[in-house]
Ligand binder design. Structure first.
Ligand code: AMP
Length: 114
């Protein structure tokens, strides 16, 4: 756990979150400032700052994040589809330096993103 990391605090239960998913490696919760009718975040319990910090040892974990998102999407009103996004570093708009997979849906999403 990284001491000042807001997402590590959510994993530890030190700050509240509306959890939608949890297993031994991953937590999913609703984004506090939703950009779409459904906006969820899936994070590893392990503190990994950016996608650039992933190693071979994390391959199964990244798969778990995607599967957690897919499984949760099936329980949301997302029959029209949804988007999964990792933002990496400043140009992509990364604000929280603990990797997180965004799941966005419930409206028509523009492409390419701004
Ligand atoms: P990013 O810009 O990819 O780093 O996304 C960070 C996301 O985390 C943003 O969509 C924020 O709204 C969201 N966020 C920040 N703090 C919290 C929190 N305490 N609970 C839920 N979502 C949060």
């Amino acid at each position: 756990m990284a001491e000042e990391c807001i997402f590590c605090k959510i994993v530890a239960g030190e700050i509240p979150a509306e959890k939608v998913y949890e297993d031994e490696q991953v937590v999913g919760f609703r984004d506090i400032k939703p950009a779409a009718p459904t906006h969820l975040l899936f994070i590893p319990k392990e503190h990994i700052p950016t996608i650039n910090d992933l190693t071979d040892a994390h391959e199964a974990l990244v798969g778990r994040l995607v599967r957690a998102a897919q499984q949760t999407a099936a329980r949301e009103p997302l029959s029209g589809g949804y988007r999964l996004v990792f933002n990496c570093l400043g140009d992509a708009g990364q604000e929280v330096y603990h990797i997180h997979l965004h799941l966005l849906g419930g409206r028509r999403l523009g492409w390419p993103p701004g």
